[in-house]
Design a protein around this ligand. Structure first.
Ligand code: BGP
Length: 476
């Protein structure tokens, strides 16, 4: 009963949201380095290059580049068994299309992984976490150009060779499926996934499916390379999993929600089974898409994942509007509020039971080990006069979600390898570019206005999580 003895308790961050040092030691700009600051009401913008007078929060992050040793020590104090971060692609290949890697970038991660090992922490590493080199986006239009597949595989293989024996758990593209919501996010979401920089009049839907296909090929080829270079390593996909419920038992709503799940999560099907679900192939045929070329099927079939990594923050509900007729195609514009759930200050609906639902959804279809590599609660934290921070709301959120995953393991037989909550330390928000949307057990003294000395402090949740790990999830 309960979690396995070697369960990987830990936390997760991403290079671009934490490291800062965006142009240090030969690093080139990534797509995250041309995203401006926003907030709960103001969307981030993507600029063509780094422009004078704009504010780019990822350039500074929380200066993890120079503070990772002390930050990891604080994580070790909580008893972390695993730490998930990403390698910034542009530290290794600054423009993305170089023949040779940047040694200073490779050395930086050597030192970081050594530090983790010294602390008894298993590195769990994402190869691309919204970090496509800006050079590739600008020059090739990202994954719209098949040459970017080779550039990614070269980068991935360089990492597998260099960190063989140091890194055992890999993932290819962070939340590769976010781009399925291209209607809502437009250029932002596509570019965040390393897909394309779009212009007026482009057919976003067609471009999304084509560039996502090329990204899936890149992922499959990297997985194959990983298996060949380091047979002891495990490599997974990373899916942004937020289940879609029907808004009511009306069969139209139920079918609509089912179609939404296929359209949002066919990416995991390709990763786990090595081919597209027929439902999606029918859609491509109907739309006249011809981006699947000879030989692609074999590539996908040979690059299946060892485990499913996924993030979980919330769930959605959808109401059938009839806008796509008998196809019942999904559009995120058809989401409705779920009146059974409360939401965070950013409107993210809180649904711990939904996490168990998602674990079962994956398990029933793919029967693969899983790792929850992100789950957390973004909130405004208040520092009391005595310097303490009572983030009981964060504890409540995490405790309810950990209980749900414990139930999925205990009662539903889910094979769960680990849980790396998001994010053990306050960092820059990916969707809004804010500092004030905080997730951490560790407070970072820095805010949206650029005030603060970046010093680190412990919130109430720090001590709570330490006990969760010490009791292997028994005491929540
Ligand atoms: C996921 C991303 C992360 C992270 C998290 C929280 O979608 O993989 O990079 O940031 O969401 O989102 P946000 O930072 O926007 O609150």
């Amino acid at each position: 009963m309960g979690f396995r003895k070697d369960f990987l308790w830990g936390g997760a961050i991403a290079a671009h949201q934490a490291e800062g040092a965006w142009d240090v030691d030969g690093k080139g700009p990534s797509i995250a380095d041309v995203m401006t600051a926003g907030d709960v009401k103001t969307p981030r913008r993507i600029t063509r290059g780094v422009l004078e007078g704009e504010v780019y929060p990822n350039h500074l992050g929380i200066d993890f580049y120079h503070h990772y040793a002390e930050d990891l020590e604080l994580c070790a104090e909580m008893g972390f068994k695993a730490f998930r971060t990403s390698i910034a692609w542009t530290r290794i290949f600054p423009n993305g299309d170089e023949e040779e890697p940047n040694e200073a970038g490779l050395k930086f991660y050597d030192d970081m992984f050594d530090k983790m090992r010294e602390l008894g922490i298993e590195p769990v590493i994402t190869l691309s976490h919204f970090e496509m080199p800006y050079g590739l986006a600008d020059k090739y239009n990202g994954f719209m150009d098949r040459r970017c597949i080779d550039f990614f595989v070269r980068y991935a293989s360089t990492c597998f060779k260099r960190y063989k024996g140091k890194v055992k758990y890999w993932m290819t593209f962070n939340e590769i499926n976010n781009q399925a919501e291209w209607r809502k996010m437009g250029a932002h979401h596509l570019a965040q996934e390393g897909a394309v920089l779009v212009k007026e009049g482009d057919d976003l839907e067609a471009m999304m499916y084509e560039s996502a296909h090329n990204e899936l090929l890149a992922s499959a080829l990297a997985i194959k390379a990983c298996h060949e270079i380091d047979p002891d390593a495990k490599i997974g996909c990373m899916i942004g999993m937020n289940g879609v419920y029907p808004a009511s038992p009306d069969p139209h709503d139920v079918l609509n929600a089912q179609k939404a799940m296929t359209q949002k999560y066919y990416y995991v099907h390709v990763h786990a089974k090595g081919h597209y679900p027929i439902n999606m192939l029918k859609k491509f045929e109907r739309k006249g898409y011809d981006f699947i070329k000879e030989g692609d099927a074999e590539i996908l079939a040979e690059g299946c994942v060892d485990y499913i990594g996924f993030s979980y923050y919330m769930s959605f509900a959808t109401k059938f509007t009839g806008r796509f007729g008998d196809t019942y195609d999904f559009s995120e514009e058809d989401y409705v509020r779920n009146t059974y759930l409360k939401a965070s200050d950013w409107g993210w609906q809180i649904d711990p039971v939904g996490l168990r639902w998602c674990l079962n959804w994956f398990n029933d279809r793919y029967e693969l080990p899983m790792m929850i590599v992100e789950n957390g609660f973004g909130a405004y934290d208040k520092v009391e006069e005595d310097g303490t921070i009572d983030d009981s709301y964060r504890i409540d959120y995490l405790a309810a979600h950990i209980k749900a995953m414990r139930d999925a393991v205990t009662y539903d037989g889910v094979d769960l390898l680990g849980y790396t909550m998001w994010a053990p330390i306050d960092i820059v928000s990916a969707s809004t570019g804010e500092y004030d949307k905080r997730y951490g057990f560790i407070f970072v003294n820095y805010n949206n206005k650029g005030e603060g000395d970046m010093s680190r402090g412990k919130k109430k949740s720090f001590y709570w999580y330490k006990n969760v790990i010490a009791t292997n999830g028994e005491e929540l």
